[in-house]
Write a protein that binds this ligand. Structure first.
Ligand SMILES: O=C(O)CNC(=O)[C@H](CS)NC(=O)CCC(=O)C(=O)O
Length: 294
């Protein structure tokens, strides 16, 4: 089964971003993709002060509806990173006092990965657990928690046409525990929709993606934002890629400028995955008698 891993440069306009995302989806579907993976914050990237209003805008609701429609029209599953207002889903459990207080006080949102089925219905959502609050010497200062509420749980590994998916997002990549937990829960394919910074991307992106694939013996699919986001100081690293369970980079988007909405295709071969796990049975070789395991 073919998975398409997308790369684009989101703006502050959800409807323009919808157009870019749909152009990836329609071309990927025509190329035979069964599922299309889009970056973190595909709906918009904008200055922090604009995030609360944009998250709750009619344009942003139209963005998600447009993707549901594209999933149905093209018959593909879609994973997409969005800004999600609290209590937007009936199953929402964010009723505790702290979260209620936070959302009223600051209008924060969740950084959510939404999985849409090929019938256009929502299948799963995952809210980013680890927020990117960093202040690195040399200029980089981002406080994601200014605009975002951290999720409080992993989401169950979920069936898709390209295998059982374990959903994670961007900065989560730096924490091996959730990837191991999802592997233990049955995941075969880990997703990391991202918007890595250029500096940290150059230093860590590919190494971390390959490490997570090697440790978990899962495919890793990492859609990515790329280039300068208009109206902000943010520049994203791109290098959207797919890694196989042996750690090989099997597909990668072009780094050629000017950046266009693009994708790369990866064949997800679950027989190969089983072979990797059989040849080197890491899971059975762990030593819980010596150290604690997930
Ligand atoms: O909310 C948005 O607008 C999009 N979200 C992001 O860009 C997020 C939070 S600011 N970026 C990261 O997590 C980068 C991680 C990273 O670069 C690293 O771990 O080195």
């Amino acid at each position: 089964m073919l998975a398409a891993v997308g790369q684009m440069c989101s703006t502050g306009q959800p409807l323009a971003n919808l157009n870019a995302a749909v152009s990836i989806i329609s071309r990927a579907a025509a190329a035979g993709a069964a599922a299309v993976f889009l970056p973190e914050a595909t709906d918009f990237i904008a200055p922090a002060s604009h995030v609360p209003a944009l998250t709750r805008s009619a344009e942003n609701r139209a963005f998600v509806d447009g993707l549901r429609d594209a999933a149905r029209r093209h018959g593909v599953e879609i994973s997409v990173g969005i800004h999600e207002p609290p209590a937007s889903s009936p199953s929402d459990s964010d009723s505790d006092a702290q979260v209620q207080d936070d959302k009223h006080r600051k209008g924060r949102c969740y950084n959510t990965q939404l999985l849409i089925g090929s019938d256009g219905n929502d299948v799963q959502r995952y809210r980013k657990l680890h927020l990117f609050d960093v202040d690195i010497k040399g200029g980089l200062k981002i406080l994601e928690s200014d605009t975002t509420i951290p999720g409080r749980a992993l989401s169950d590994a979920v069936d898709s046409r390209v295998g059982k998916l374990g959903l994670l997002t961007c900065y989560d990549l730096r924490f091996p525990e959730p990837s191991l937990s999802l592997r233990k829960a049955g995941a075969q394919v880990l997703t990391y929709p991202s918007a890595f910074t250029v500096r940290t991307g150059a230093a860590h992106w590919e190494i971390l993606l390959r490490a997570r694939a090697i440790e978990t013996q899962c495919y890793v699919l990492a859609a990515a934002q790329v280039g300068s986001h208009e109206g902000t100081k943010r520049v994203s690293w791109g290098h959207a890629m797919a890694v196989d369970p042996y750690g090989s980079v099997i597909a990668q988007c072009s780094d050629m400028q000017p950046y266009q909405p693009s994708f790369c295709l990866a064949n997800i071969d679950l027989d190969l995955l089983e072979n990797v796990r059989k040849e080197m049975p890491l899971w059975e070789q762990r030593r819980p008698d010596v150290y604690s395991t997930i």
